[in-house]
Structure formats: structure tokens, C-alpha cells
Design a protein around this ligand. Structure first.
Ligand SMILES: [Zn+2]
Length: 163
């Protein structure tokens, strides 16, 4: 029995193109996706705090310097820090309006990023401000923290609104 042969067989062509960034050497765009198992390690209490609608900062056990973010050791004196609860109310220290962002935030542009200043705390906390138009944000504006009800264990679980 003779084999069936089709010498004109072809793979189907697709209409999608390839974005070429350079010719010599050839550099193309290639989608790449990976699941990444990430440990928050010593910062874990901060993310656990977000699930309880609490913002945790770090205070130096030696010099008392207060950080508005997780920090294992003091940048001033090198000593260990301990957790303390930040107030949920602060004020806008500075802000910027983002008209572009990474893929996760692109749909939400333009959005406002703020650095929040808390009474008695030595550093600032970066977050999103919603509930006001970008051109209405002012330095010194009082703001209040809000938390996502369905926590994703990400820094974006907390955001701020005007008081
Ligand atoms: Zn210190």
C-alpha cells in the first residue's frame, strides 16, 4: 500500500505580527508569564495588619526613630525595630498624578499617588489617593486610610481618601 503524500501541505498562516525592536541583532517582543512564590519574611506582620485594617510602622528600640513602613533595622543607628500602629489619619506631604503605569494600573490612569505624613512619625508612606480629582489635591490635605475588604496581601490593599 502506498503512503498518501501531499507535497503542498502548509501550516495555516496567522494575522498576528511580531514587534521588532532591533534588526541586528534581532530583538523581538515575547510575552513571558510566571507564577512567583514570594516571601514577605520579616515584613509579614505589616501585610497581616492590612487584613485587620491596621497600618503598622516600625520604631527603633534604641533611638526611637519612627518609620511609616516595615523596616527590620534602624537606618539611623542600626538597632532592631519593633512594630507600632500608625494612625489611620494623616496629611498629604506631596503628590503626583500618574498618566501612565504598569499593566496592572494602566486602566486606572490618571491616578494620584501621595506620600502620607503622620503626626509624630519620621518617614512617609506612599499610597493611592482616590475620591478627588487630581487637580484638587493639595499639600497638607487631611486624608484617611481605607482598606480593601478582600485583602490581596499587597501594598495596594490600603489606599487613602480625603477626610
Ligand atoms: Zn535607631
Amino acid at each position: 500500500m502506498e503512503a498518501v503524500v501531499n507535497k503542498n501541505a502548509k501550516l495555516p498562516e496567522t494575522e498576528e505580527g511580531t514587534i521588532l525592536f532591533n534588526v541586528d541583532p534581532i530583538i523581538i517582543k515575547h510575552h513571558y508569564e510566571v507564577d512567583y512564590i514570594h516571601s514577605y519574611a520579616q515584613d509579614s506582620p505589616f501585610f497581616a495588619g492590612l487584613t485587620k485594617k491596621k497600618l503598622l510602622g516600625s520604631r527603633c528600640v534604641c533611638c526611637g526613630y519612627k518609620y511609616a513602613t516595615p523596616r527590620g533595622h534602624c537606618m539611623e543607628c542600626g538597632s532592631k525595630t519593633e512594630w507600632f500602629e500608625l494612625p489611620l489619619r494623616g496629611k498629604v506631604h506631596t503628590f503626583t498624578t500618574c498618566y501612565f503605569g504598569s499593566e496592572a494600573f494602566l486602566k486606572e490612569t490618571p491616578f494620584t499617588l501621595i506620600l502620607v505624613e503622620f503626626d509624630g512619625v519620621d518617614t512617609l508612606f506612599m499610597s493611592r489617593l482616590i475620591g478627588t480629582e487630581p487637580d484638587e489635591v493639595r499639600v497638607g490635605m487631611p486624608v484617611h486610610a481605607r482598606f480593601l475588604r478582600n485583602c490581596k496581601f499587597k501594598p495596594t490593599d490600603v489606599y487613602f481618601v480625603p477626610v
